[in-house]
Design a protein around this ligand. Structure first.
Ligand code: PRT
Ligand code: ZN
Length: 286
């Protein structure tokens, strides 16, 4: 029988839509069984396991799942024997220490003998130990940000993304302990056949990721401007140049990084580029 890989993703929460969308962009169709724990892909040898994100590391360590998609914060907190194989660029956040806005904060010494509320006791205690701070860790599983207001703790260690949760609870972020984003994790004992499927999946993820980072750019320019425009365009290779019906003019095509694009757009216009079109790329294989 054909080997298949089991990939665990979050059943519902901040990671689930993006995880499903990524698999879809990789061309993988999942049979939709609502409320099922497991769903097979119809056109790729993987099965999807829907789990709570906190359970994924254990399942991947013991081989119940071969791969998983979850946040680096949970990977670090659960501290299982699994491989972090690839960063995915979504669900970016950080694990930070925060204190009441009105408190004077100068250094980590602030936390000496203080009480800190968190859902991340493992990461926090190793951070405090590394910095020689003695503090009491108060583990709570939700709504950590209200702990100082109800007198449960002096400070919190929690996930921050925009910062508005801390702000609306009268707290200020004072130290970042860990930066996090969604990653693919893998079991340490994949066999040869499983590794092959794993590599095919990573290849597709890379193609989707680099397509997202890049845009296809088309522009028209007088032939005399081609050398200077070619210098400005930081394409994969040299641009494609096609003659236009209008004598002495050409169309230049290239691939540019989304971030670079905004930096070079003015230079391109000054160099003589006209009719600039920027088009999303669906997949990019380098
Ligand atoms: O049910 P299950 O256990 O599967 O889900 P969960 O409730 O544990 O996790 P979920 O869905 O809330 O988050 C899943 C993952 O998303 C986390 O483990 C992080 O890796 C990532 N992530 C990204 C976040 C955030 N951004 C985030 N903002 N996880 C939580 N938050 C919360 C944070 O806890 C705080 O309450 O949002 C609040 C802060 O947000 P800002 O924007 O106000 O700063
Ligand atoms: Zn969770």
């Amino acid at each position: 029988m054909e080997k298949r890989l089991k990939i665990a993703i979050q059943k519902s929460g901040r990671l689930s839509d993006s995880s499903k969308a990524l698999l879809k962009e990789c061309g993988i169709q999942i049979k939709n069984g609502k409320n099922n724990l497991m769903a097979p892909a119809v056109n790729f040898p993987i099965d999807i396991l829907y789990l709570r994100d906190d359970d994924i590391p254990q399942y991947v360590e013991d081989g119940t799942a071969d791969l998983g998609i979850l946040g680096e914060n949970v990977v670090a907190e659960t501290d299982k024997n699994i491989i972090t194989a690839k960063k995915l660029g979504f669900a970016k956040c950080r694990l930070s220490l925060a204190v009441p806005k009105s408190d004077d904060y100068n250094s980590l010494l602030f936390f000496q003998n203080k009480k800190i509320a968190t859902s991340y006791p493992v990461i926090l205690s190793s951070f405090l130990k590394k910095n020689n701070i003695d503090a009491e860790i108060h583990k709570i599983s939700g709504s950590v940000e209200i702990a100082p207001n109800i007198g449960l703790a002096d400070a919190v260690c929690d996930i921050v993304s925009s910062g508005s949760t801390l702000f609306s609870n009268g707290l200020k972020e004072v130290e970042v302990i860990l930066q996090s984003e969604a990653v693919v994790v893998a079991n340490t004992n994949l066999d040869e056949e499983q590794t092959k499927i794993f590599e095919q999946l990573m290849f597709r993820i890379d193609a989707v990721k680099s397509a997202k980072k890049n845009k296809y750019i088309l522009l028209n320019a007088p032939n005399s401007a081609i050398p200077s425009i070619t210098n400005i365009l930081p394409g994969i290779k040299s641009p494609t140049i096609l003659p236009l019906a209008e004598e002495g003019w050409s169309s230049l095509h290239s691939v540019v990084n989304e971030e670079q694009f905004w930096n070079i757009i003015d230079e391109l216009k000054v160099a003589g580029a006209e009719g600039i079109l920027v088009i999303p790329i669906e997949k990019m294989i380098s």
